[in-house]
Design a protein around this ligand. Structure first.
Ligand SMILES: Nc1ncnc2c1ncn2[C@@H]1O[C@H](COP(=O)(O)OP(=O)(O)OP(=O)(O)O)[C@@H](O)[C@H]1O
Ligand SMILES: [Mg+2]
Length: 246
């Protein structure tokens, strides 16, 4: 099963969620692959991959076999990316089947329970490639007014993909991230989405926690870096809820 972690807004916890939901599931014995579709390359970097042997661009260009690109960190397989993915996106603009390039690669890979794709903060061709090959979309979102505006855009993009490239796609849910439960606004926005959108809202919420922001500088998931932190327990709780839903 493949899950795209999507939000075209920057800094909504996509990369942090990809890594730590993946790690929580790995600890439960699941076989996990994490794919970075963001030219920023933060996913691999946050797991200590500073100089990848190969990247997702090499796979898409057909310039390297998967065995040259896969890395393993914390028991999870990783397909890293780097800035070359931005050039690739440009070169694909006029190419045939440009929306299916990631799908062609992932369809060849067997044996994973869950594949998570970390998307860039845009609804560009790279995100479209992720959506074309996914069963589900997970949307990490800050409970802020401006997030609501972004939600309509994600919704219409997903509808378009469902009607054209991938009829199998559905939204797994919205994950409230960096939620301060003492702030009334967070609760109001949560309720607004619940009442006005047809999406599942995860009951699990990810609290703001300094350990989550420190972990990438140590090249570790927060589960490994600080197992007793709020972030670790929030993501482990999320993995329980995830397994119940899927
Ligand atoms: N629960 C949290 N508490 C505090 N800081 C967090 C938390 N989750 C993530 N962060 C920090 O917030 C920043 C943004 O998180 P992250 O990189 O996961 O977002 P993103 O959506 O992947 O960003 P981008 O859109 O740039 O890819 C990072 O510095 C990260 O370490
Ligand atoms: Mg990111």
């Amino acid at each position: 099963m493949t899950i795209a972690v999507v939000n075209q807004k920057g800094g909504t916890g996509k990369t942090t969620t990809t890594i730590n939901l993946g790690k929580s599931l790995e600890q439960k014995g699941k076989r996990i692959l994490l794919v970075d579709m963001d030219p920023q390359g933060s996913l691999g970097y946050s797991l200590g991959i500073t100089d990848p042997k190969g990247t997702v661009s090499d796979l898409i260009y057909g310039e390297a076999p998967i065995s040259d690109v896969l890395m393993t960190k914390e028991g999870m397989d990783i397909i890293p990316s780097d800035i070359s993915l931005a050039d690739l996106e440009l070169s694909l603009v006029d190419a045939d089947n440009r929306e299916y390039r990631l799908k062609y690669i992932l369809d060849e890979l067997k044996g994973y329970d869950y594949i998570f794709i970390d998307c860039p903060p845009s609804l560009s061709l790279l995100t479209v490639n992720a959506l074309t090959t996914s069963d589900y979309v997970l949307i990490p979102m800050l409970m802020e007014v401006l997030s609501l505006q972004g939600l309509d855009l994600i919704t219409s993009t997903i509808e378009k993909i469902r009607g054209t490239l991938n009829a199998n796609l559905s939204v797994l849910g919205i994950l409230p991230v960096m939620v301060d439960r003492r702030r009334k606004l967070s609760t109001e926005i949560y309720e607004h989405i619940q009442e006005n959108y047809d999406f599942h809202m995860f009951e699990s919420q990810i609290r703001p926690n300094v350990r989550a922001s420190e972990a990438p500088s140590f090249g570790q998931s927060v589960i490994t870096y600080s197992p007793g932190s709020n972030s670790a327990s929030d993501y482990i709780g999320l993995s329980d809820e995830f397994l119940k839903i899927v």
